[in-house]
Design a protein around this ligand. Sequence first.
Ligand SMILES: Nc1ncnc2c1ncn2[C@@H]1O[C@H](COP(=O)(O)OP(=O)(O)OP(=O)(O)O)[C@@H](O)[C@H]1O
Length: 238
Amino acid sequence: MSAPILEFKDVDVFYGPIQALRKVSLHINEGETVSLIGANGAGKSTLLMSIFGQPRAANGAIVYRGTDITHKSAHFVASNGVAQSPEGRRVFPDMSVEENLLMGTIPVGMDHVDEDMQRMFELFPRLKERRNQRAMTMSGGEQQMLAIARALMSRPKLLLLDEPSLGLAPIVVKQIFQTLKELAQTGMTIFLVEQNANHALKLSDRAYVMVTGEIRMSGTGEELLGNQDVRNAYLGGH
Ligand SMILES: Nc1ncnc2c1ncn2[C@@H]1O[C@H](COP(=O)(O)OP(=O)(O)OP(=O)(O)O)[C@@H](O)[C@H]1O
């Protein structure tokens, strides 16, 4: 078993008087695909954003590659190999596909930009066809591909994905998850936050279930897919 690349140790996060994360402990090993599933408002996005210190953990520790990053800046975390495809994609609407991809190099500089852009176009051929198109004119699925590719432009050691299936048609979700599977097979470490438990659990080596800010269950993707409580709560009982 490889070493954890990321660990949460008893992390509490508050928004004013509201406690959004409660004593959260979890870990992600190098090369793993791990997902965090849970309902609306469970705290999944908060957990991802707390890796960048926004919001900051009030108690506990977040450790990345052996360094306590609990009080580090978002810039420190990003320039040390963590990249995120945020909830709602947040592509730069007036910029072209290529310009959006260039923005992804900001944390690390442009030394490998041509090579990396080619790599993104191989992973997402649809982006190659649309390289000069403004992001705002692209479909939701294409924007999602762009958000993932933009994150990959910094050559992350850990890729965070917040709800990549959100608002997309089932066939597009299938394509996105197929690409994530290919990415995982290259050895990329992926931490995925999803409401679409079915796709997330099928893709993942391991997963955690979050309910109102607490980790309630964990196991392999397969174990959780077969768990009746998980099926009732997140898979429509089937
Ligand atoms: N900026 C904020 N200020 C106050 N409360 C917040 C803020 N952001 C999130 N919360 C609250 O924290 C809790 C967790 O929200 P969070 O967005 O992390 O959940 P989530 O599981 O990602 O849900 P969703 O899938 O709907 O995004 C919710 O009760 C939410 O209302």
